[in-house]
Design a protein around this ligand. Structure first.
Ligand code: ARG
Length: 482
């Protein structure tokens, strides 16, 4: 296998009479591949050769060019200031790369650059107790890809799913469950009945305000650690994770931790105390805030005027926990672009708390939203959801159809053929969805277009059908293309 850097160094050594093994350290990869495959900074030799860099570049160029033929490793050289840009023989390059891929197979491209470095990667992080919807797709796929890439580069990765597992919606389900549990069938471990209760309770609340109070009571019970409330909360969370894991399996993602919002309930007082001690908290209209005016940002609200903590407080607590427990070299948050300001604030507050070492290692990896055809945000309130599981299954079904139309290339026996078709359909359907989620510009919003049809033609476009469900029944079916 050709070591291109070494070859380049060897040829430069022949012209300059310098040490090949020293020269190899100087060979760089230019920032733009149009400039060349490699670059050599001739100014590094100026002192030793007692010549100006462009003169050195010219001498090396002339020296190497006089020997170039069809089989040479170097094809072309260009001088750019003190640099010599080097173009590799493309045939040799292709041969080398293909041979290397054939030899290394799945581990082609892997490296150990990340060895002994800790990466904390947070992604997916759905608000639970309801089925996952299309809004979770890009996040989960992007996060899953980053997870694999970092692992492939040898980093020690901890993947965290920061579940939205706290809030009044749990209390509503508990209140509804205690009234209607006999009307639903819970034998199957499924979010269906749980979510139906949630939707039904919301409807009831609209009719009579007393149900809002009942839900608040349940919330209080939960906060106080009441046995029944905690039992129900644990059950709802458990079922939610069980359902989500079916999707994660389909998208080939996994998590080391499901420590979500609830995990930080008992860790927030400390953060508030610390902010106070460090003189960062200021009172504003009864609330406690951290001023960020100097950094051209609105204040970060830590406590409301009622004394309750907020989303930001929880994120600061979780960041502190992650720094302490994982001693991370990099902390990545895969979260939609609408939360850019939130994360800028969190990282800044953490820096002001004196954790610059860690705040400088944080990164918010954001992506565009999936928009409705009217350009509005797609939400899953009021029981309307763009069910992610239905979408994935649709892609598999459609692939199956295409395989059937194009003919089956399965094994000999009838039984064999069916099994292969299923596997193939799954691989193609899910692969198309993953590919499209990664292929489309990460930053741009993706717009729904209800008039397009599912289409597996072409490399970049998959159009799939979306189901809008109400009470687990499909109320609208439409198409999305990316
Ligand atoms: N659960 C939140 C949502 O669905 C996203 C959480 C993002 N992560 C975080 N550390 N704040 O909007």
């Amino acid at each position: 296998m050709i070591n291109f850097k070494q070859e380049i160094a060897k040829q430069i050594a022949l012209v300059t009479n310098l040490n090949e093994n020293e020269l190899v350290n100087y060979v760089e990869i230019p920032p733009d591949s149009n400039m060349g495959d490699y670059a050599f900074p001739c100014f590094k030799l100026a002192k030793e050769l007692k010549k100006a860099p462009p003169i050195i570049a010219d001498e090396i160029k002339v020296g190497i060019e006089s020997n170039i033929n069809q089989d040479s490793v170097i094809e072309k050289l260009e001088i750019a200031g003190g640099y010599l840009n080097i173009f590799i023989n493309k045939n040799l390059l292709a041969q080398t790369v293909l041979n290397e891929i054939a030899e290394k197979k799945e581990v082609y491209g892997a490296s150990r650059v990340g060895e002994s470095k800790n990466v904390v990667l947070e992604y997916s992080s759905p608000n639970i107790a309801k089925p996952m919807h299309i809004g979770h797709l890009r996040n989960t796929v992007i996060g899953g890809a980053l997870h694999k890439l970092y692992k492939f580069l040898g980093y020690n990765v901890t993947s965290i799913n920061f579940l939205g597992d706290w809030g009044i919606n749990f209390a509503k389900i508990m209140a509804g469950y205690s009234m209607w549990k006999d009307e639903y069938d819970f034998t199957e471990k499924s979010l269906g009945p749980i979510f139906n209760i949630y939707v039904r309770y919301n409807e009831l609340e609209k009719e009579d305000e007393k149900y809002t109070d009942i839900a608040r009571e349940w919330n209080l019970r939960l906060e106080k650690g009441d046995e029944e409330a905690v039992r129900l909360w644990t059950w709802i969370r458990d079922v939610s994770i069980y359902e989500a894991e079916k999707i994660y399996k389909m998208l080939n993602c996994e998590f080391d931790s499901y420590n979500g919002e609830a995990f930080y309930n008992d860790k927030m007082d400390d953060v508030v105390e610390e902010l106070k001690e460090k003189n960062l908290l200021v009172e504003s209209k009864g609330a406690q805030i951290v001023e960020l005016e100097d950094y051209k940002m609105p204040p970060c609200i830590i406590l409301t005027s009622a004394g309750t903590t907020l989303y930001a407080t929880r994120d600061i607590a979780s960041l502190k926990y992650r720094a302490k427990h994982y001693d991370f070299d990099k902390a990545i948050y895969v979260v939609g672009s609408e939360q850019q300001l939130h994360f800028k604030q969190i990282f800044k507050v953490f820096e002001l708390m004196g954790y610059e070492k860690y705040s400088s290692r944080c990164e918010h990896v954001y992506y565009g939203m999936i928009l409705g055809s009217e350009g509005k945000k797609m939400a899953s309130r009021k029981g309307t959801s763009l069910d992610l599981m239905a979408l994935l299954n649709e892609a598999i079904d459609k692939s199956k159809q295409v395989i059937e139309e194009k003919g089956n290339s399965g094994g000999d026996s009838q039984e064999h053929q069916v099994a292969d078709k299923e596997t193939l359909a799954r691989q193609i359907g899910l692969g198309a969805i993953i590919f499209n989620s990664l292929y489309t510009s990460k930053i741009k919003d993706v717009v729904f277009d209800w008039d397009n049809i599912l289409n597996f033609q072409g490399e970049t476009r998959t159009i799939y059908t979306i189901y809008i469900c109400k009470n687990s029944k499909c109320i609208r079916k439409g198409r999305i293309y990316t």
